[in-house]
Design a protein around this ligand. Structure first.
Ligand code: AMP
Ligand code: MG
Length: 314
């Protein structure tokens, strides 16, 4: 396992290798989308099941449109506002997109990342890159190069782009027009909030934004993002001793670590996965307290991840 620079990463990716690269959301396991062997390698390294589709990363809007058979006009407004950035747009695909990427769906998920290294790598490779998070399937996503090294040891090379600015995966959406209304379906909450989507769309369109659940987004499983220690969500005061947590997990615990969420959703997103890792260094359980001050629509993505990472709630 080695840290590689931009030039080495571009050469390896061009040759069809899989390389971990930084993005502003989390580190991704990148590979060119036009080689079946490379795509298979991504699934193999991640131990990811083939029913979980990959996001395609592009350097510019034109590259995304070239892979889609239909492009809702509303996506132009969203791309203008949020690309490069943590918003993934799902649209009908062309035949150029392998069904390995889309798990057999006739749509493809596209995003233009805003990390300068990621953008430069995609530009120089000259082909869009598939890029799921650089962790084994179901585990916590990496937000630092060291996390990738810890996970894959010497299986993949990584480009070190520093800690991720957003720290959580992108928001994944689809859009459908019904009469005079645009229905925006959130398939996964993430780095762009509902309020941000509304602020861009509402002045121009009649929109309804709703959260869609797993059927439309096959890989978005109930259990995901799990750190090595179990996570317990606490809705009341944090218990003073560990008995209620042991009871909730049905097993004895060496200790209980408290994860204190920072005051703003931006900071909470940036630090969540690193905290999951830090609080798993010693065996025990991780408790997170859900209170009014850390709930509400701007915290949707954070609680989505904590809930999927959790094993119990009390
Ligand atoms: P990641 O695990 O960050 O690579 O994100 C991939 C996720 O994006 C998948 O698990 C799905 O939830 C979602 N996704 C990707 N492609 C599609 C698609 N064509 N339709 C709906 N959701 C998709
Ligand atoms: Mg992932």
């Amino acid at each position: 396992m080695s840290i590689v620079d931009l030039k080495e990463a571009v050469a390896a990716l061009r040759a069809g290798d899989v390389v971990a690269i930084p993005t502003e959301t989390v580190y991704g396991l990148a590979g060119r989308i036009d080689r079946e062997q490379t795509l298979r390698q991504i699934f193999a390294v991640k131990q990811r099941p083939f029913f979980d589709p990959l996001i395609v990363h592009v350097a510019e809007l034109a590259q995304a449109r070239a892979l889609t058979a239909e492009w809702p006009e509303i996506f132009d407004d969203l791309a203008r506002a949020f690309w490069p950035g943590p918003l993934t747009l799902v649209a009908p695909k062309t035949d150029a997109v392998s069904s390995l990427i889309t798990s057999g769906l006739d749509t493809v998920a596209l995003r233009c990342p805003r990390h300068q290294l990621a953008l430069e790598i995609i530009r120089q490779v000259g082909v869009p890159l598939a890029g799921p998070s650089a962790n084994r399937f179901g585990r916590t996503s990496p937000t630092r190069a060291q996390d990738v090294k810890d996970e894959f040891v010497d299986e993949v090379s990584v480009v070190d782009g520093g800690p991720c600015e957003i720290g959580l995966e992108s928001t994944v959406i689809q859009a459908q027009r019904q009469g005079d209304t645009w229905k925006i379906g959130i398939l996964r909450p993430g780095g762009v909030s509902r309020a941000q989507l509304q602020a861009v769309l509402e002045p121009k369109y009649k929109v309804e934004i709703e959260r869609l659940h797993s059927v439309a987004s096959p890989g978005h499983l109930k259990a995901h993002y799990q750190p090595t220690n179990p996570v317990v969500i606490v809705r009341g005061p944090i218990p003073e001793d560990k008995a209620p947590i042991e009871h909730a997990l049905s097993r004895p615990l060496e200790r209980v670590h408290t994860l204190i969420l920072p005051a703003t959703p931006e900071l909470a997103a940036r630090t969540l996965y690193a905290e999951f890792r830090r609080l798993s260094e010693q065996p025990g359980a991780i408790v997170v307290q859900q209170i009014a001050a850390n709930s509400g629509p701007d915290w949707e993505a954070i609680w989505d991840r904590i809930e999927r990472a959790s094993s119990a709630r009390i």
